[in-house]
Design a protein around this ligand. Structure first.
Ligand SMILES: [Zn+2]
Ligand SMILES: [Zn+2]
Length: 219
């Protein structure tokens, strides 16, 4: 069988292509976030008043696990992840600070095409209390390691959900606007993702073949 260099290039670059597409989706979501913040007239996430509100609600602890935050162990957290599945925005009420471990663990929920445990990414992350997942669930395992006792773990997660809910209520209007445009957003985001993948596939094929031809010419 003929060796197809382009096929191999595709395989090696599939991962890189989806990284690029995801990056573009995030850029589009940031653009929409800016527009929505201006339209609704709320102070932006970067305004000092917003950081005060975040600090007032969560102190300097991780909003999920309550571990104290240290500079190098803190991550900007989006309750609804800024990706093509959750369509979260960088708007007040959706942004706070978590520890890097929770931020990383939550990605598993954020990247699920359809959530099963709860209607949103953050509630889903806080629903892994070992009562409904399979015994091999990595997120349940994460929470069990932190809070080995069943009752204590469940209580902690319930409190965290309530705290986040109470915080988000203050931004109900802008969050409501974001909810309203989710349908439109979904279509645009999928279009962008698809176009980026197609562009990358076509160009990589074409340029891959070109490089091979030039290599062949070299002998
Ligand atoms: Zn945490
Ligand atoms: Zn679980």
């Amino acid at each position: 069988m003929e060796f197809r260099t382009s096929l191999h290039l595709q395989k090696a670059t599939r991962r890189a292509k989806s990284d690029v597409a995801n990056k573009l989706v995030s850029m589009l979501l940031h653009e929409i976030s800016r527009a929505l913040t201006i339209r609704t007239g709320v102070p932006s996430v970067n305004a000092p008043v917003y950081s005060q509100q975040v600090e007032g609600a969560f102190g300097s602890s991780c909003l999920y696990c309550s571990r104290s935050l240290e500079n190098e162990r803190a991550a900007v957290e989006h309750f609804e992840g800024m990706n093509r599945f959750r369509l979260g925005l960088h708007i007040p009420g959706n942004v706070a600070v978590a520890c890097v471990w929770c931020n990383r663990e939550k990605r598993r929920d954020d990247q699920m095409p359809a959530l099963v445990l709860a209607p949103s990414g953050w509630e889903s992350f806080l629903a892994h209390d070992s009562s409904s997942c399979s015994t091999t669930c990595k997120t349940c395992d994460y929470w069990r390691q932190m809070f080995p006792k069943d009752a204590e773990r469940k209580e902690h997660m319930k409190t965290a959900v309530k705290k986040i809910h109470d915080f988000r209520v203050n931004f109900a209007s802008v969050i409501g606007e974001a909810e309203k445009i989710k349908g439109i957003l979904q279509n645009s985001v999928e279009e962008l993702y698809r176009e980026c993948q197609n562009f990358a596939t076509e160009r990589i094929d074409a340029l891959g073949a070109q490089v091979v031809a030039q290599m062949d010419a070299l002998g």
